[in-house]
Design a binder for this molecule. Structure first.
Ligand code: 5AD
Ligand code: SF4
Length: 459
C-alpha cells in the first residue's frame, strides 16, 4: 500500500502524523510524497477555527472526485474527526476511515477492515505508546501530555482531545533517549498546557515531577536544545522561568498566549487570569532570562470586544514588546460556550482590528530582529535554503536564519553564526568559530539571495 498523510493545524498534529506514519510503515505501507501516487490518503485535521475546516472540506471534495476514477481509500484523523461536524462532513464526502485523536493506534484495524471504519474512543494505551524516533532529523517533537482541563469559552479542543492526561516521566525519557540515539539535537515538548504537567483533572499524580523539574530532567539527558509549547498563563509558575534559566539546554524562548489585553474580555473567555497576573509572569521571565524571546497568541474580535478592549490589547503588546505573535480573528465554533451564548461581531470590525494588530506585530518584530544584528547566535541548520549556496535554520529564539555554506558548515548541524543583516522575519549571518572568526571568507548577504531564501518558518 502507498500512503500519504496531509497535516493541518498545530505541532500536536505533526507529532500524531509521525506516530500514525510509523504505524503505517510497520504495517508494510510505503509513505509517498504526493497524493496522486497514493492509494490511501489520510487528512490529519484541525478544528480550532472555521478556515482549516473549510480547507478539509474542499480537499475531501477533490478526493471524492479522485475516488470515482481510481481505487482510493480516504481517511480523516485529528480534531475535526472527533466532532459531530466532522462526522457529517465524513458522511457527505464518503470518507472510509475516521480516527479520533485518542484512537490513533486503531489505524491498523482500519486498514484491515473492508468497510467504513470509524474509531472515536480514547484508548489509554496511546499514552504509553512510544513511536520510533524520526530518522535523519535534528529536530523532534515529544508529546508530554494530551488533552486539556481548561474551558476557554472559544475553544473546541477540550471537546476534541478530552481531559488532560500526562505521560509518565519514564515514557518521556525513554522516547527522548531513542531520539538522542537517532541523532536528534533539538526537542520540542508538546502539550496543550505544559505548565500543568503532572496535575491531571486537579490531582497531582504520584511520582510525576512538576513541569519545571521535568525541564531539569530533560536538560540532564544530553539533548542540546529544548523548547516547549504551549504554556497557559494560569498554570505558569516562577519555578518554570527559574528552571529555564538554570538549565543550559532549555532555549530562551517562550510562547505564552495572552489572547486579549482586556480583563473584561479575558473574563468572558474564562481564561482564569487577568492582565496584571499575566504581566507578573512576563516580569518573572525577564528577570530570570533578560534575553528571552517572547511569542504570544491573540484573538481579535471576541464577541463583545469594544474598541476600548482592543486598545488594551494593543497597549499590552507595547508593554511586553513581543518578538512575534500568532494573531487570529475570532471564529465561532459550534459546540463551544461562546458560540452558544455570545453574538459574533461584524466581519469588517474583526478584519480591521486584525490589520491594526498585524501592523503592531510587524513593527515590533522588525525592531526585535534588527536588535540581533552584530550578535552571535547559535543556529540549528536544517539543510539547504532555497537560494543555492545558502543554508537555512533557526536560532534558540526561533528566528529563521540564513547563512552561506562554508567549509565545516556544509549541511545540517548546530553552528555559531554572526548576524550581519535582519529583515522583520529573517536573520542573515556568517558561520564563525568559537572565537567569533568566520570559518571562511564568503560573500555576505545580498538582497538577491534574500529574495530567494525561505519564507517565515511557522512554529
Ligand atoms: N477563534 C479564533 N482563534 C482561536 N484559537 C483557539 N480557538 C479559537 C477560535 N475559536 C486560537 C487561540 C489559541 C490558538 C491555538 O488558536 O489563540 O491559542
Ligand atoms: Fe491542534 Fe487545536 Fe487544531 Fe486540534 S484543534 S489540531 S489541538 S490547534
Amino acid at each position: 500500500m502507498k500512503a500519504h498523510v496531509v497535516t493541518y493545524g498545530c505541532q500536536m498534529n505533526e507529532y500524531d502524523t509521525h506516530l500514525v506514519q510509523s504505524q503505517l510503515v510497520s504495517l508494510g505501507a510505503d509513505m509517498v510524497e504526493d497524493i496522486d501516487s497514493a492509494d490511501f490518503v489520510l487528512l490529519n485535521t484541525c478544528a480550532v477555527r472555521g478556515k482549516p475546516v473549510d480547507k478539509v472540506r474542499s480537499v475531501l471534495g477533490e478526493l471524492r472526485k479522485e475516488k470515482a476514477k481510481r481505487p482510493l481509500v480516504v481517511g480523516m484523523m485529528g480534531c475535526l474527526a472527533q466532532l459531530e461536524e466532522g462526522q457529517q462532513i465524513a458522511r457527505k464526502f464518503e470518507v472510509d476511515v475516521l480516527i479520533g485523536p485518542g484512537s490513533l493506534l486503531d489505524i491498523g484495524k482500519a486498514l484491515e477492515s473492508n468497510e467504513r471504519f470509524w474509531a472515536l474512543n480514547f484508548r489509554d494505551e496511546l499514552h504509553g505508546h512510544i513511536p520510533p524516533a524520526p530518522q535523519g532529523k535534528l529536530q523532534a517533537h515529544l508529546t508530554i501530555m494530551r488533552g486539556c482541563d481548561h474551558h476557554c469559552t472559544y475553544c473546541i479542543v477540550p471537546t476534541t482531545r478530552g481531559p488532560q492526561v500526562s505521560r509518565s516521566p519514564d515514557d518521556i525519557l525513554r522516547e527522548l533517549d531513542m531520539q538522542l540515539a537517532a541523532g536528534v539535537r533539538e526537542v520540542t515538548l508538546l502539550g496543550q498546557n505544559v505548565n500543568a504537567y503532572g496535575v491531571d483533572q486537579g490531582a497531582r499524580l504520584a511520582g510525576y515531577p512538576s513541569f519545571a523539574d521535568l525541564l531539569r530532567m530533560v536538560g540532564a539527558s544530553g539533548i542540546e536544545r529544548i523548547k516547549f509549547t504551549t504554556s497557559h498563563p494560569m498554570n505558569f509558575t516562577e519555578d518554570v522561568a527559574q528552571a529555564m534559566a538554570e538549565t543550559p539546554a532549555v532555549c530562551e524562548f517562550i510562547h505564552l498566549p495572552v489572547q486579549s489585553g482586556s480583563d473584561r474580555v479575558l473574563r468572558r473567555m474564562a481564561r482564569e487570569y487577568n492582565r496584571e497576573k499575566y504581566l507578573t509572569h512576563i516580569e518573572q521571565i525577564r528577570r530570570h532570562m533578560p534575553d528571552a524571546v517572547l511569542y504570544t497568541d491573540i484573538i481579535v474580535g471576541f464577541p463583545g470586544e469594544t474598541e476600548e478592549d482592543f486598545q488594551q490589547t494593543l497597549d499590552l503588546y507595547d508593554e511586553v514588546g513581543y518578538d512575534s505573535a500568532y494573531m487570529f480573528i475570532y471564529s465561532a465554533r459550534p459546540g463551544t460556550p461562546s458560540y452558544k451564548h455570545f453574538t459574533d461581531l461584524p466581519r469588517e470590525v474583526k478584519t480591521e482590528r486584525l490589520q491594526r494588530l498585524i501592523a503592531k506585530q510587524k513593527d515590533w518584530s522588525a525592531r526585535r530582529f534588527a536588535a540581533k544584528v552584530g550578535t552571535v547566535q547559535e543556529v540549528l541548520v536544517r539543510g539547504d535554503a532555497y537560494s543555492p549556496g545558502f543554508l537555512e535554520g533557526h536560532t534558540r529564539g526561533q528566528h529563521p536564519t540564513v547563512v552561506p555554506k562554508a567549509v565545516g558548515a556544509e549541511g545540517a548541524g548546530i553552528y555559531q553564526v554572526r548576524i550581519n543583516h535582519a529583515t522583520p522575519h529573517m536573520l542573515y549571518g556568517q558561520v564563525v568559530d568559537a572565537q567569533g572568526r568566520p570559518l571562511e571568507e564568503l560573500p555576505q548577504w545580498t538582497p538577491e539571495a534574500a529574495a530567494l531564501s525561505s519564507p517565515l518558518q511557522m512554529l
